[in-house]
Design a protein around this ligand. Structure first.
Ligand SMILES: Cc1ncc(COP(=O)(O)O)c(C=O)c1O
Length: 482
């Protein structure tokens, strides 16, 4: 996806890879989609993939792998301790991040569990640019509180700010002054901020945050799960970094963090995760948790085949022509939806295209989960599976009151190198139709509501027969089309 100029002026992303293995997709009729949605309790997490046409639920563990990654998986050294595969991965991470120590873990939230158990104490605080669901759960389970210090622009759905994932430095200084550095477990910066639309932070912001942390002797933790997208945005949006290569930007970011952790289900297009650091004291403190919760220090719960794929995937992440595919496809989708008047988060970020459900279905009260309702409706009319990122993804407070989310987003993830442009066009077509028929969509209420991370397996029901009316309108407009 290099900078290609087209003779006839149309702008679209051009894939810099070819497809060599394919997976057949099913697009079942709308009546069956309605039934599947009902059986899934109106929760897109509970759909069976055989009923899904485009799986835009997440980019986690579902990115396409390269031929070189697959080939590397054949060479894995399958030993419990001291595996060569681990050594390869460790030295690749040292090369990329400049860190000495690597603790493997089975995925991103496992790293969060370990970091929270090790550093979060009762009554402590973890300031961050924005929370992520699993991060917040682990911190609160350990008695800590998340403090979000995002810049005001972060919550502006439509914006031209290139770095809405930046931390507000004044808020950080103020918070440290008010609560005292000793009550802060660590400061966390999340690359490609997931819950506000995959929005990046700038290298300059990271530098300033790290200076503040150093001044107060507070540890800075980088969640690098969505680093690949963030790197691309730094390279293309931050004028001071345009002369820097992707590896140089990566090293510069990494050098500012005391701890880097990541989900390799995203970063490196494999399945796993880990924690990198240069601090021996941190390594020794965290090390004991790995055999307890993950596995021995040289596999950490991961398959050695995945570790081989991760080593190659991390290397490929340093190629701008690889990491630009996601953001450029997302930008295309965002622009096409905008042309149809559909409210979307701008500028387009990484991870996926984010539809603003609060504006799309502005007649649905937040307590009836507008983004969840929109996710259910979109699946019914298209077979496209997205993810609710709004109030349903929050937890009730200790009194059982809803925590209304700052944003109600329908996230349509763009797993890297998975979809073709015509599939993206299909999704745009159906979302456009749904927007024109948005008044047919109504809310959802919980039928079964788990206490923790309820969005994963909670079951909901529609507040009326709106889904049947939606199906009828689809049939009236599309005839016997799938
Ligand atoms: C920013 C961020 N951090 C952490 C995680 C958790 O990673 P995992 O799903 O591998 O547990 C995710 C997953 O989506 C994420 O986006």
């Amino acid at each position: 996806m290099s900078h290609i100029k087209f003779y006839y002026g149309e702008k679209f992303p051009l894939e810099m890879h070819k497809v060599r293995i394919v997976q057949k997709l099913n697009l079942i009729p709308i009546e069956q989609r309605l039934k599947a949605m009902q059986e899934a309790g109106n929760n897109t997490f509970l759909l069976k993939n055989r009923d899904v046409f485009m799986d835009m639920l997440t980019d986690s563990g579902v990115n396409a792998m390269s031929d070189k990654q697959l080939a590397a998986m054949m060479e894995a050294d399958d030993s419990y301790a001291g595996s060569e595969t681990f050594m390869k991965l460790q030295s690749k991470l040292t090369q990329i991040f400049g860190t000495t120590y690597f603790l493997p873990a089975h995925q991103g939230r496992a790293c969060e569990n370990i970091l929270s158990q090790a550093f979060v104490t009762n009554g402590s605080f973890v300031p961050m640019n924005y929370h992520f669901t699993t991060t917040k759960s682990h911190i609160t389970l350990n008695g800590g509180s998340v403090v979000e210090l995002y810049m005001d622009e972060a919550l502006h759905i439509t914006s031209s700010h290139p770095f809405k994932g930046n931390m507000d430095l004044k808020k950080l200084e103020k918070f440290i002054a008010e609560c005292g550095p000793e009550k802060i477990s660590f400061v966390r910066m999340e690359a490609g901020t997931n819950l506000i639309g995959g929005q990046p932070f700038s290298l300059n912001n990271m530098r300033q945050v790290s200076e503040i942390c150093k001044k107060h002797s507070i540890m800075l933790v980088l969640d690098a799960s969505l680093l690949a997208d963030n790197l691309y945005f730094i390279k293309t949006r931050e004028s001071a970094c345009q002369g820097m290569s992707i590896p140089e930007i990566t090293k510069a970011i990494a050098a500012m963090a005391d701890i880097i952790y990541f989900s390799a289900r995203k970063l490196g297009c494999a399945r796993g995760g880990g924690i990198c650091t240069n601090r021996e004291d941190v390594y020794i403190k965290l090390r004991e948790y790995i055999p307890l919760y993950e596995g021995f220090l040289t596999y950490g719960g991961m398959s050695v085949r995945e570790m081989e794929a991760m080593t190659v995937g991390m290397d490929e992440t340093m190629d701008e022509n690889m990491i630009n595919q996601g953001p450029q496809f997302i930008e295309y989708m965002v622009e096409e939806l905008r042309k149809k008047g559909v409210p979307v988060v701008t500028p387009g970020g990484g991870l996926g295209c984010h539809v603003d459900a609060m504006a799309f279905v502005d007649h649905i009260p937040q307590g009836q989960y507008p983004a969840g309702a929109l996710a259910a409706a979109l699946y019914i009319v298209s077979g496209v599976r997205g993810m609710e990122r709004g109030t349903m993804s929050e937890q009730r407070d200790e009194n059982g009151t809803e925590t209304l989310s700052n944003m109600e987003l329908l996230r349509l993830a763009m797993p890297r190198r998975v979809f073709t442009l015509s599939q993206v066009k299909y999704a745009v077509d159906r979302i456009g139709w749904l927007y024109e028929n948005r008044k047919l969509v109504e809310g959802l209420t919980f039928a079964e509501e788990p206490k923790v991370l309820r969005f994963f397996f909670g079951r909901l029901k529609p507040v009326s027969d709106w889904q049947t009316r939606l199906v009828n309108k689809f049939r009236a407009d599309f005839g016997d089309s799938l």
